[in-house]
Design a protein around this ligand. Structure first.
Ligand SMILES: C[S@@+](CC[C@H](N)C(=O)[O-])C[C@H]1O[C@@H](n2cnc3c(N)ncnc32)[C@H](O)[C@@H]1O
Length: 164
């Protein structure tokens, strides 16, 4: 099941454009966008759970520890990141979007520690942090910072923003 946030704003993604699924995990968003006719690139350090299908290009890469960005010079109609945070990647994620491309980002934020993990501040967005990432370079379509009860109690921050 795709994240409700990603599903809600997927219609912003330019038709037929390439989608980058960052830290794709089991590929729920890769499959979701492939099903909507988008070629998808799925990146994760552990690609064992990713679906093998022609519309999904699988890239095995460690996105942390100072490793080089694995997709230099490539741009996408959407960059999708859910339940993952590595702040040094923010500039590469912005650069990976073509003008008119859409950033769909959703992950845990400060305050989540009261519900469990993640509780390490390295993995929790600060108040307004996603707005700061896009400031001046994107048009913000939707933004939320709130408690959710599904799939479990959590504090999340999420944004849908179109690159100028
Ligand atoms: C909580 S899962 C989220 C998966 C997916 N985005 C989703 O929401 O279904 C976090 C993912 O980040 C990946 N990950 C963690 N550290 C990574 C790294 N250094 N480089 C690449 N991927 C990493 C993990 O392998 C895992 O698939």
């Amino acid at each position: 099941m795709p994240s409700a946030w990603v599903a809600q704003w997927a219609g912003l993604v330019p038709a037929g454009s390439a989608v980058l699924d960052v830290a794709a995990g089991g590929g729920r968003h890769s499959l979701f966008f492939a099903g909507k006719g988008h070629p998808v690139t799925a990146v994760d350090r552990d690609v064992s759970a990713l679906p093998g299908q022609p519309e999904v290009e699988i890239v095995a890469a460690d996105l942390e520890g100072g490793s080089a960005w694995p997709l230099p010079g490539r741009t996408f109609g959407a960059v999708v990141v859910t339940n993952y945070l590595h702040r040094p990647l923010f500039p590469a994620l912005v650069d990976a979007l073509m003008p008119g491309g859409v950033l769909l980002y959703e992950t845990f934020m400060i305050g989540n520690e009261r519900f469990g993990r993640p509780s390490n501040p390295d993995f929790l967005l600060q108040d307004g942090e996603l707005l700061e990432v896009v400031r001046g370079r994107f048009s913000v379509v939707a933004y939320e910072a709130r408690m959710v009860s599904q799939p479990r109690m959590a504090m999340v921050q999420r944004i849908a923003a179109r690159k100028l």
